[in-house]
Design a protein around this ligand. Structure first.
Ligand SMILES: [Cu+2]
Length: 159
């Protein structure tokens, strides 16, 4: 069995403080601006979470159909107070996750499956448990500005 430990920092930024209770903004806000047009998302899902658990994880495959790289720098999800982009590593049989502060780059004509690449969208301070079948509104934010709306579907964890 592997254990999961969590290494996030406790720093707070002012944007998050203002946004609490409305949406969780991981790294600044860019509401209302269209994201890259050549981006498709596939199978956005969140793992169901037991009652009383205050963190969750969501996954998605993001396809960059364009001819230039794109970088995902954050995610906004309505069911928690704070989000981070995380990477999972296994060292000495222990699974650890850590924030990826520079975000996740997707090269031109390439797709990244967050699940199989070890990335996830970390939901912190969940307002309620994630129930099987629930649909969750969210959006990805890009370094170039703009965002892409996503509807996540809560499913059984597949790890
Ligand atoms: Cu995490």
């Amino acid at each position: 069995m592997s254990r999961t430990s969590h290494t996030r920092s406790r720093r707070r930024n002012p944007v998050i403080a203002v946004a609490r209770g409305i949406l969780c903004f991981g790294l600044g806000a860019s509401a209302g601006v269209a994201g890259p047009l050549d981006v498709e998302v596939e199978h956005p899902w969140c793992a169901a979470s037991p009652k009383g658990v205050v963190t969750g994880a969501c996954y998605v495959t993001v396809r960059n159909l364009g001819t230039t790289p794109i970088r995902i720098v954050g995610v906004d999800i309505a069911v928690c107070n704070h989000t981070e982009l995380h990477e999972t590593d296994v060292a000495d049989g222990i699974m650890k996750m850590r924030p990826v502060p520079r975000g996740v780059e997707i090269p031109a004509k390439t797709s990244v499956d967050f699940h199989t690449h070890g990335y996830h969208l970390m939901l912190l301070e969940l307002k309620s448990s994630l129930e099987l079948g629930q649909r969750i509104e969210g959006s990805l934010r890009f370094e170039s500005g703009g965002s892409k709306k996503i509807e996540f579907h809560v499913e059984t964890r597949r790890l």
